[in-house]
Ligand binder design. Structure first.
Ligand code: GLY
Length: 398
């Protein structure tokens, strides 16, 4: 029989919810997680690139700082997590990334990215097409140049999720395999969650970490509902037979006709090809068009992929936020925290999110490096006025 109260109740058992729970439990808090399928969600789809440098965008300097710090923490985080999970290997691979250009437009785009990286003090090296092919012989002969980024690595998000779940269970986190129906608010304070089976779980603090569904939990007052939206990504998985290995030795990516395509080779022979980016609400259909575009673009980069067995097609939802950065820490409703909105960087930001949220949950304060990501940046008014209204949920969250 599970205890009915805890210090912290985390709504959402994806990698962000689980890392929050694990880190909080390590600090001595009694923690529970609510999710009908813990370890599922976007981590089952994501490729797991740790691409702080190759996914740099104009105007995202603050996010870059958080991304780089999380990338810096990754090796120690992986070592600690693997041990805490009883030896689960999370597939962390310090392989680097090669971003290439196939035509003059792509090359101009990549040159701009290179200039931005240099202005930001980031390590990347411009290579000719021939130098790119020397590094990765499977690249198309037409590759016109590329950027070598030795610091952008990868991890296997499915194994990462499994390890986090194991680490949580080993440190005493209680996992309720159920839907969260509604936030319970008592005397103007988040006080727990009503589950789909009709039982209520009380907690001193609630963390809403339900990825793209975070804005849909019933009972959350309008003014603190996180402004996250689903951004669909379709991803393919292929397998590299041992006779073809090494097919690629690092992540290879490009922007082809304005769309991002990347190929992420795992040590175990899996090759992940992603990803579309579609604003289509909650639709997670794998479409012929999505698969076609990914294969067409990936084939232009690495023609040999057509020889490989296609083992899986899948679509998931990124939790997009208005400024593409996460929402971390306390909301204007006492007792309610957010850890959501990670958009394209959820896997990369997993170590940092765990550390930040554990600090928030034990001290009540956001650490300096996370202050810019307070949910209050979207609803700066303090909590005043009438008590929040509890409304029935129409959609549960996982
Ligand atoms: N960061 C990779 C993606 O969101 O597709």
């Amino acid at each position: 029989m599970h205890p009915r109260t805890s210090d912290v109740l985390v709504v959402g058992g994806g990698i962000i919810g689980l890392v929050t729970a694990w880190r909080a439990a390590q600090r001595g808090l009694r923690v529970a997680v609510v999710d009908p399928g813990p370890g599922g969600g976007a981590a089952q789809v994501a490729a797991g690139m740790l691409a702080a440098v190759t996914e740099l965008h104009y105007g995202e300097d603050t996010l870059l700082g958080l991304n780089l710090e999380s990338a810096r923490r990754y090796p120690d985080f992986v070592t600690e997590l693997q041990q805490a999970a009883g030896g689960v290997d999370v597939g962390y691979r310090a392989c680097g990334t090669l971003a290439v250009a196939l035509d003059a437009d792509d090359r101009a785009h990549l040159r701009e990215l290179h200039a931005l990286q240099r202005r930001s003090g980031l390590a990347s090296e411009w290579l000719t097409g021939r130098e790119c092919r020397r590094l990765e012989p499977m690249l198309a002969p037409g590759v016109r140049g590329g950027l070598r980024v030795d610091g952008d690595h990868q991890v296997d998000p499915r194994r990462l999720a499994a390890a986090l779940l194991a680490a949580c269970e080993r440190v005493g986190v209680v996992v309720h395999r159920a839907w969260a129906e509604r936030l319970v608010v008592l005397r103007d304070r988040a006080a727990g969650v009503l589950l789909g089976d009709g039982t209520e779980r009380a907690a001193d603090q609630v963390v809403l970490a339900a990825g793209s569904l975070s804005g849909r939990l019933g009972g959350v007052p309008e003014e603190v509902l996180p402004p996250v939206r689903p951004v669909k990504g379709q991803v393919l998985r292929l397998s590299v037979p041992s006779a073809y290995a090494p097919f690629l030795s690092r992540t290879v990516r490009a922007v082809v006709r304005g769309s991002h395509v990347y190929l992420v080779p795992r040590e175990n022979g899996e090759l992940v090809v992603g990803a579309t980016s579609e604003e289509l609400g909650w639709d997670t259909t794998v479409t012929a068009g999505g698969v076609y575009e990914l294969l067409r673009d990936a084939h232009e980069l690495v023609p040999g992929i057509t020889e490989l067995p296609l083992t899986e097609t899948r679509a998931g939802l990124r939790p997009g936020s208005p400024d593409n950065a996460p929402l971390l820490g306390p909301t204007a409703l006492p007792g309610l925290h957010l850890a959501t909105g990670h958009y394209r960087n959820g896997v990369l930001l997993t170590p940092m999110t765990g550390d930040v949220m554990a600090t928030v949950l034990t001290t009540g304060e956001l650490p300096e490096e996370a202050r810019a990501f307070t949910p209050g940046r979207f609803s700066p008014a303090p909590a005043t006025g009438p008590a929040p209204v509890s409304v029935p949920a129409t959609v549960g969250v996982s």
